[in-house]
Design a protein around this ligand. Structure first.
Ligand SMILES: *[C@@H]1O[C@H](CO)[C@@H](O)[C@H](O)[C@H]1NC(C)=O
Ligand SMILES: *[C@@H]1O[C@H](CO)[C@@H](O)[C@H](O)[C@H]1NC(C)=O
Ligand SMILES: *[C@@H]1O[C@H](CO)[C@@H](O)[C@H](O)[C@H]1NC(C)=O
Ligand SMILES: *[C@@H]1O[C@H](CO)[C@@H](O)[C@H](O)[C@H]1NC(C)=O
Ligand SMILES: *[C@@H]1O[C@H](CO)[C@@H](O)[C@H](O)[C@H]1NC(C)=O
Length: 365
């Protein structure tokens, strides 16, 4: 007897189930097509914030998400992802030291606002931690993105290096984020990095490292150290071969709220023979010393080889008539010289940022 003739109750049920499965698969296919069409459509309507990354997993302290710790969520993400992978981090105070290792590529942390989603470390070098391990987040995976999150390190002044965010991730982007630490708020350690609409608070060596990093439309609030000088950058470039630099474009450098009137801040001190820092079209508040830059023990030959440039800045701290007279300091007057340091020409932002959902402008304003 041909088996198709067998029509027991079990077979009928199993056929119905098969039809249902096919129907569900077809419906899913339709949904996928619709979703794909919607995201393609968004890509065309707004070039600078082209995509919206939809989080695939959620972290919540109260157990209502997939994970209660950010580190556990990171561990669960596939290794070497080619696509951006969103992790929604629900508002909360995360006392964590988060590590995003090399194999966790293109992870996107999406918080609920810098005042609401906070990742906090209290470690410091003085307590015996390695520099990287003091950070609330130490990220190495290529394409790391964070949006709407504050990273902070609450170690007390006097505990030395205590960074909030240690970044060595190639093509990383930080958007609408906060960074807060008394000493070394951000270590922009190496590779290409972009910070947009971030608020950075620090008193000592606020941003250090040897990355090619562009800070665009960021606010830097300088505090007053208990001892010594407040310095915005310690850029560590040591060779002519790799063009690394810290670039501030359309930023605000000013005193943190409630700073005493006598607080003074410098824009940078040499962290390497070819230390390179450029401020373009930014607002420099009265806290910035008229001398602008500080040698901090560097010898004359270093002061000749650094490159500290200022272009079209404004505000009470932007005057250049009393700036240091080192050969390495320049008032940039030529737009084409300034343009070498814009996001578009310096780190080719247009090539890799459109997929991240982070806003940006490529050139001078
Ligand atoms: C991801 O890479 C790490 C480090 O090499 C490894 O320990 C882990 O097992 C990998 N996970 C998966 C799912 O392959
Ligand atoms: C950031 O968070 C705020 C709420 O604090 C929200 O209104 C805004 O849409 C978020 N932005 C992005 C890009 O996620
Ligand atoms: C640092 O934080 C840990 C918990 O994350 C806590 O146990 C410890 O007491 C804190 N140390 C200081 C000095 O605040
Ligand atoms: C420049 O910064 C201001 C805030 O200081 C902001 O309103 C403006 O949108 C920024 N311009 C660009 C082109 O990003
Ligand atoms: C100046 O300092 C640099 C870097 O610290 C060092 O390599 C160089 O030898 C010093 N030059 C002189 C003349 O002392």
């Amino acid at each position: 007897m041909p088996t198709t003739e067998l029509t027991s109750e079990g077979q009928i049920i199993s056929r119905i189930l098969n039809y249902l499965t096919v129907l569900i698969m077809m419906a899913t296919a339709v949904l996928v097509v619709v979703k794909f069409t919607v995201s393609r459509h968004q890509e065309h309507s707004s070039p600078s914030t082209s995509v919206v990354i939809i989080p695939q997993i959620t972290v919540a302290l109260d157990g209502s998400g997939d994970f209660t710790s950010i580190s556990d969520a990171v561990a669960a993400v596939p290794n070497f992802s080619e696509d951006y992978f969103g992790i929604l981090i629900i508002a909360g105070f995360y006392r964590e030291v988060v590590r995003v290792p090399k194999e966790k590529t293109r992870i996107v942390f999406i918080g609920e606002g810098p005042l609401r989603t906070i990742i906090s470390s209290n470690r410091s070098e003085a307590e015996g931690w390695r520099k990287e391990s003091t950070a609330a987040a130490w990220v190495s995976g290529e394409g790391f993105v964070a949006i709407n999150i504050t990273f902070e390190n609450t170690a007390d002044p006097g505990n030395g290096y205590a960074v909030s965010f240690f970044n060595e991730a190639k093509k990383s982007a930080l958007y609408l984020c906060g960074f807060k630490s008394y000493e070394n708020a951000i270590e922009a350690s190496r590779n290409t990095q972009f910070y947009r609409e971030c608020t950075i608070y620090g008193a000592v060596n606020v941003i250090s490292g040897d990355a090619a990093a562009v800070f665009q439309t960021c606010t830097i609030n300088m505090g007053k150290p208990a001892r010594g000088d407040s310095v915005l950058t310690v850029q560590n470039r040591i060779t002519l071969i790799y063009l690394t630099a810290f670039v501030f474009h359309n930023c605000t450098v000013d005193a943190a709220p409630r700073m005493p009137g006598d607080a003074v801040a410098y824009l940078g001190k040499p962290g390497g023979e070819y230390s390179t820092v450029v401020l373009l079209q930014s607002f420099l508040g009265g806290i910035v010393s008229p001398r602008g830059w500080i040698a901090a023990g560097a010898n004359v030959s270093v002061l000749n080889t650094v490159y500290y440039g200022e272009y079209e800045n404004r505000g009470p701290g932007a005057g250049t008539s009393e700036r240091v007279s080192w050969a390495g300091f320049r008032v940039i007057r030529d737009a084409s010289e300034a343009n070498k340091f814009t996001l578009g020409s310096f780190i080719d932002g247009k090539q890799w940022l459109p997929k991240t959902s982070v806003k940006f402008v490529e050139g001078l304003i």
